[in-house]
Design a protein around this ligand. Sequence first.
Ligand SMILES: C[S@@+](CC[C@H](N)C(=O)[O-])C[C@H]1O[C@@H](n2cnc3c(N)ncnc32)[C@H](O)[C@@H]1O
Ligand code: SF4
Length: 377
Amino acid sequence: MKEIGLYLHIPFCIQKCKYCDFVSDRQKNETIDSYVEALRKEMNIYSDRLSSHRVETIFIGGGTPSILDIKKIDEIVKELFKNFNISKSVEFTIESNPGTLTNDKLKKYNDIGINRLSMGLQSFNNDILRVIGRIHTKEDFINNYNAAREAGFKNINVDLIYGLPGQSLKDWEYTLHEVIRLNPEHISAYSLKIEEGTAFKRLLDENKLNLPSEEDDRKMYDLAIKLLEHHGIIQYEISNFSKLEYECKHNLIYWNNKEYLGLGVSAHSYINRCRYANTSDINEYISLMNEGRDAVISEEYKDKRDEIVETIFLGLRLNKGLNLELFENRFSTSIYDLYGEKIKRLVDLGLLYEEGNYIRLTRYGMDVSNQAFIEFL
Ligand SMILES: C[S@@+](CC[C@H](N)C(=O)[O-])C[C@H]1O[C@@H](n2cnc3c(N)ncnc32)[C@H](O)[C@@H]1O
Ligand code: SF4
């Protein structure tokens, strides 16, 4: 059976964070009910198409899936198991916001097979949390984190952002130390990206956003890599760190350019060399499902060369690099036959290096990775 990952998008949040451009917003209960019903219909559409696939990972993301009441999550999970062949060893993640989790919810998640919890903390500084529009305090986070451990979660991810308005290097160091003390299995640490259409973009345009310098942003990144590694939480991708054997299997599907199905508004899929995107309009999504149609608004077929280039791009994001043996098995040709000259040039320039079965970006290569990637185009 072919392996596949499954992503399911829940586009609801209690309030919009000032930096966030993900498809998510406050919604009335009726919309939430219709949306969950629409998800059920979309699962039915894909059930037959995926009958020869085995689902190795499930990721319920958002938005804030944890604002749904537990009956709704239970319904969604039952429907997933009814429609798809789910591996017994599935990695099953749900994203959550501190302040929206309760002991009952966490226990129920665990009972129904969700075995990985992702918690968005961003910062351990309550003033910063307020400035960026989060609904919770660091105390809410600690309470929910401890409750998750009590409920039996043995695989927890914490999302952090650095380069936030008013954030100093010392403040970031404090956040890292406090999170390390809690001992999570996985940490995602993102550099703040100012996205079009967000409250932060407007403030930046009005010169009202006090951001750390580019140099401090790089120092924060370096500090995260060093400090986390010192505590056994090793960087395995540009923004992702984990203890041994706790890399996020779902995200590895993306980075290894393998197949995934995205369900829900704005979800993306990659199946049989074709990338699909669902509509980003929640009302349109619900209407399309009610009419028995799929929600795909764009599809892009990839030929073998595209697939090769994308596999190289994505593989080089990983610290391990691109696995040459897997590459050769997948494409029945050695990467050196295709790009030998280019690889040699990038090695000479100090952007790439070869080690055993892998080619990797050097630290310099990571900083200027676009240049290395362009060579393959
Ligand atoms: C889209 S959220 C969904 C999970 C959950 N609602 C939360 O807030 O944690 C996933 C993560 O993306 C990161 N993120 C979202 N927008 C970002 C931005 N503009 N810059 C950097 N990181 C961002 C945050 O760390 C966030 O936790
Ligand atoms: S960061 Fe998370 S909680 Fe904040 S608006 Fe985006 S999806 Fe919602």
